[in-house]
Write a protein that binds this ligand. Structure first.
Ligand SMILES: [Zn+2]
Ligand SMILES: [Zn+2]
Ligand SMILES: [Zn+2]
Length: 320
């Protein structure tokens, strides 16, 4: 039920139409050092009305979107920025001015030391037995890291981590940090089947009508003279008195031709509702009978092979 409600929302329809049309296969967050991750595509859809994360989470919880953990963002506890650097520090004096080296072990004689002490020109030579080490994992192996503090001079193998805010210069620890998950999103298979494919067409038409000063409902329920409510895929009108009413229905056929049935259905509805103009979008095309009837009933036909053509054609016709 909750999903059905979300499907009726314009924002859901616009985002899903991007997935359904293939414009978007996976919604990935984009890194912004100030705030962490952002979703510019979603920002463009929801505007200031809602936080993109809140909107996406709603679709995730309703089972429309699938999410995958993409990254984790550390936020400064003082200023909230995501512009954080990780410092590896000396466990004795806490200075982050440390030098990291690799430990190297000569397999044959067992001597172990930091890599710098093995370096002789471009070669690795054992300082104890003077043998050259050529083959990694055979002559020698790397045995972890070894750090030296440049401030207090002590050495250690495991540094402690500290966090530094590049914005407000606060030093803090993991204990005080806020860690936020960032997700990438895909459309659930189930939602692909549930979402009417007509949205790919309806969402951009809807936006076009809104830009041109119309109030738009989709799907729309209009009351006729008989008192009955009729559903249209899109209804648009101007002003409070609902003037210049335009109704649009969509009919598509998996075969080559759309039958006259949707023309008859649309006629029955407009006979009762009396809109200013009525359009039927037929994908890919309308049969001859349907065309004749549409002419008689004063229904404007827009034929299009695909989503893109349909949107372009109906925009041109309405603009006329
Ligand atoms: Zn800060
Ligand atoms: Zn130190
Ligand atoms: Zn050796």
């Amino acid at each position: 039920m909750e999903r059905q409600e979300l499907y009726r929302e314009r924002n859901t329809q616009v985002l899903l139409s991007k997935f359904l049309s293939g414009e978007l296969s996976e919604l990935e967050p984009v890194y912004d050092p100030k705030v962490g991750y952002r979703y510019p595509v979603v920002e463009g859809i929801v505007g200031d009305a809602e936080k993109p994360e809140v909107f996406l989470n709603k679709l995730f919880e309703a089972g429309i979107l699938e999410r995958n953990l993409y990254d984790k963002v550390i936020l400064c506890p003082k200023c909230g920025t995501a512009n954080i650097s990780v410092h590896y520090c000396c466990p004795y004096c806490k200075s982050f001015n440390i030098q990291k080296s690799s430990l190297v072990e000569h397999v044959k004689c067992g001597y172990m030391d930091v890599e710098e002490n093995f370096r002789k020109g471009g070669k690795l030579v054992c300082p104890k037995c003077r043998e050259e080490l050529k083959r990694p994992d055979v002559d020698y192996r790397r045995a972890g890291i070894w750090c030296t503090c440049k401030d207090c001079g002590k050495s250690f193998d495991i540094p402690v981590t500290a966090l530094f805010c590049r914005n407000c210069h606060t030093n803090f620890t993991l204990e005080d940090a806020t860690i936020r998950d960032a997700y990438s999103y895909t459309l659930k298979e189930k939602a692909k089947g549930e979402a009417p494919s007509g949205w790919m067409i309806i969402a951009p038409i809807r936006d076009f009508l809104v830009e041109n000063g119309f109030e738009v409902e989709s799907p729309a329920f209009l009351k006729g003279k008989s008192g009955a409510n009729h559903m249209f895929d899109v209804a648009a009108y101007k002003g409070e008195n609902k003037q210049n009413v335009i109704v649009i229905d969509l009919a598509s056929s998996t075969e080559n031709v759309v039958s006259e049935q949707p023309v008859i259905a649309l006629f029955a509805k407009i006979f009762d509702v009396s809109p200013e103009s009525a359009y039927l979008i037929a994908i890919p095309k309308l049969g001859e009978n349907g065309k004749k009837m549409a002419g008689l009933y004063n229904i404007q036909i827009v034929e299009a092979r695909n989503q893109k053509e349909a949107v372009k054609a109906i925009k041109e016709r309405i603009a006329e």
